[in-house]
Design a protein around this ligand. Structure first.
Ligand code: MLT
Length: 208
């Protein structure tokens, strides 16, 4: 498979499997504790970003802060979508229940994967996502997709209009979007974790 990754088989079959996508400078183990806190017992698939920016790993290239290499964004989103298909098949994980949990750059690639490959994950928790690609998935293509976006009111990295614009793109394609705003900057706060935990619990257990 294309990405080096961490896999952890869950202990609770009713908990949704999670795809962890770390932020710039992180690695595949960064979000494991967070995932266990918000969704105990979930199976975890966690790839390591394969773009090296001065020693900091991330999921796609940028030219400067907030200025992205859009061709690279598309190429890497395609590679990640392919990885998701392969990894879920290899590990016997139900792709129809897979929830992406992304932080910052990881939330951004989760968003571009949702925009370019609707249906490749069942939903996403996007922590500090911004609008990277102005790409509109076809109407109805995200009808089965649930998305939580949690952003910081005083985030110096994310322009204030980005979260609502990204949410509008997802909604136009039929996704059920919950948009939360925290009293925070780019770093996570307790409210993010609580929002993610409640949202994941609201998905409910699968019907047998
Ligand atoms: C990005 O480059 O994806 C965003 O600016 C978030 C970050 O990684 O700082």
């Amino acid at each position: 498979m294309t990405y080096q990754h961490h896999f952890e088989k869950g202990t609770d079959p009713s908990a949704p499997p999670l795809l962890l996508l770390h932020g710039t400078g992180g690695n595949e183990l960064d979000l494991v504790q967070l995932a266990q806190a918000i969704s105990p017992g979930s199976t975890i698939i966690s790839p390591r970003g394969d773009v090296n920016e001065n020693g900091n790993l991330r999921f796609f290239r940028r030219l400067s802060e907030g200025v992205f290499d859009l061709e690279d964004v598309k190429t890497r989103s395609t590679a990640l979508a392919e990885f998701i298909r392969e990894a879920t098949s290899q590990y016997g994980v139900d792709q129809k229940r897979l929830i992406a949990l992304g932080l910052s750059n990881g939330a951004n690639i989760a968003s571009t994967v949702l925009q370019l490959f609707p249906g490749v994950v069942a939903g996403a928790v996007l922590l500090r996502a911004m609008l990277v690609l102005n790409s509109h998935p076809p109407k109805g293509s995200l009808a089965a997709t649930k998305i939580l976006m949690s952003n910081g009111r005083a985030d110096p990295i994310i322009p204030a209009d980005h979260p609502p614009r990204l949410a509008a793109i997802f909604k136009e394609a039929g996704a059920a979007v919950t948009l939360r705003e925290q009293e925070a900057g780019h770093n996570l706060v307790a409210g993010d974790i609580q929002a993610a935990r409640e949202w994941l619990a609201s998905l409910g257990a699968p019907r047998s």
